[in-house]
Design a protein around this ligand. Structure first.
Ligand code: SAM
Length: 248
């Protein structure tokens, strides 16, 4: 089983990753994303939508929203949130590479470090190729991830985060395979229990990601260090790629 198919672990780590503040932030990010792209967006596909934080944000803005994810646990969370607010979204429970959309989209997103999870470079490239195929001409793919330059800059042997509910999370990250893979171990201490989760994914430099997007067929690619267009430099919070499909 791939690490991201472990629903038990998503449940254990859910509160660390997707607390209420993160939902508020995601809603703000939806407007920031729309400000990055052409003004005529009607339809949005969120690839690896998880608990639907951005689906909610886009649905509140009256967009036609679809989310795809492989985790039944996280999609259930998304369904509950949508129902609670009486918002509509099309939720698709499948692997990204098995997804067969019935329509094209104006905007495709892949957010919060959800890219590079497949174990082969070819499969990760295929995610971008598909995204380009599934966009309307003039449509845009927005990727918000953690760049290789950032990983190399900020990595420390052990990192500890304390949460308001008393949970403590230790991280032990490594850059492996010629610094192409970010491999991390999370240890969550909750009361008298400890939970370990190991995960890894490819990390790309801005230039590597740009080359992959070009190969996928995107003609215009902008790189930023945040969703509000900060420079991608050593102070950058994120690696954000805004890739537009300008022709068929
Ligand atoms: C870090 S979470 C981000 C979730 C969401 N984008 C957000 O911002 O809240 C990564 C997500 O990628 C999903 N995922 C990982 N590999 C996948 C795959 N092959 N197909 C579909 N979803 C996948 C996981 O289930 C998880 O929901």
């Amino acid at each position: 089983m791939a690490w991201y198919d472990d629903n038990e672990m998503w449940a254990v780590f859910y509160d660390c990753m997707f607390d209420q503040d993160s939902f508020v932030l995601a809603s703000k990010q939806c407007q920031q994303i729309l400000d990055l792209v052409a003004p005529s967006v009607q339809s949005v596909l969120d690839l690896a939508c998880g608990p639907g934080r951005h689906l909610l944000g886009f649905a509140r803005l009256n967009l036609d929203v679809t989310g795809v994810d492989t985790s039944g646990y996280l999609l259930n969370q998304a369904a509950n949130h949508l129902e609670h607010e009486q918002l509509a979204a099309n939720l698709v429970h499948t692997d990204l590479l098995a997804y067969k959309p019935k329509q094209k989209f104006d905007l495709i997103t892949n957010l919060f470090t959800s890219f590079g999870y497949y174990p082969s470079a070819k499969e990760n490239q295929l995610v971008l190729n598909n995204a380009c195929d599934w966009l309307n001409v003039g449509g845009t793919l927005v990727i918000d991830t953690f760049g290789k330059e950032q990983a190399a800059h900020v990595i420390e042997p052990v990192h500890c985060t304390e949460y308001e509910n008393g949970d403590i999370r230790f991280e032990r990250p490594l850059l492996t395979d010629g610094m192409s893979v970010y491999s991390n171990e999370w240890i969550l201490v909750r009361g008298n229990q400890a939970y370990r989760w190991e995960y890894e994914h490819f990390v790309y430099s801005a230039n590597e990601l740009t080359a992959m997007l070009k190969q996928a067929g995107f003609e215009r690619i902008e790189i930023y260090g945040s969703l509000t267009k900060d420079d991608y430099d050593l102070e950058a919070e994120r690696l954000v790629a805004v890739a537009t499909k300008e022709s068929c």
